[in-house]
Design a protein around this ligand. Sequence first.
Ligand code: DXP
Ligand SMILES: NCC(=O)COP(=O)(O)O
Length: 239
Amino acid sequence: MTRLSVNINKIATLRNSRGGNNPDLIQVAKDCERFGAQGITVHPRPDERHIRYDDVYKLKEIVTTEFNIEGNCREQKFVDLVLANKPHQVTLVPDAEGQLTSNHGWDTVENQAYLKDIIGVFKNAGIRVSIFVDPVPRMVEAAATTGTDRIELYTEGYATHYAQGRELAVAPYIAAAQVAQEVGLGINAGHDLDLSNLQYFAESIPGLLEVSIGHALISDALYYGLENTIQMYLKQLAK
Ligand SMILES: CC(=O)[C@@H](O)[C@H](O)COP(=O)(O)O
Ligand SMILES: NCC(=O)COP(=O)(O)O
């Protein structure tokens, strides 16, 4: 079954907007787990506009499910943060500094040597590695040569095109997932997954291990409450 990791970046965005500690990020992470989340994801960015580096140390103390830290490994501060906290999984994302949100996967062909080195650093520390990739078979094939354990398929394209025709929207992801399975990579996915598009994605992708969902899930929680919302997302994955 596909596991749900809740990305709590947006909770930190709300907290930071007033400079205090409301909502309490740590309590929200505990509650997400209590409500059924099977993992907690954070994506600290260099400007700390949502998750702060010191949040990660506090989360490491309390997360009892899978802790997944996403970010740009070209930032030494990020590498040090991950090594200091040793999460279950690090997801490497090729974001430029100041980017609004993640908008592309790794060019695993061009960056093969670099990725191999940096992935080795995390794996030597006992941390599972996933790398963010577009649903392009050649990028998935090359990912396998970097030593990564998993890939995370960047699902923005799927989410954007879902309404125009979901079969067409999911097709490149099925092809990419088939290649991943052939070359022995685990498959995660994320970005813009929501209650309308999640179930079809999960049932279409062979071997989908984990989805990380933040923006839509936290937005839905405004209407349904956090506990109901997490249960609703889990239900989409159970079908
Ligand atoms: C890696 C990825 O897909 C991103 O969606 C991410 O983790 C969200 O980052 P922001 O919350 O900063 O938009
Ligand atoms: N890895 C994707 C993630 O953590 C959350 O993306 P989104 O649901 O906020 O778009």
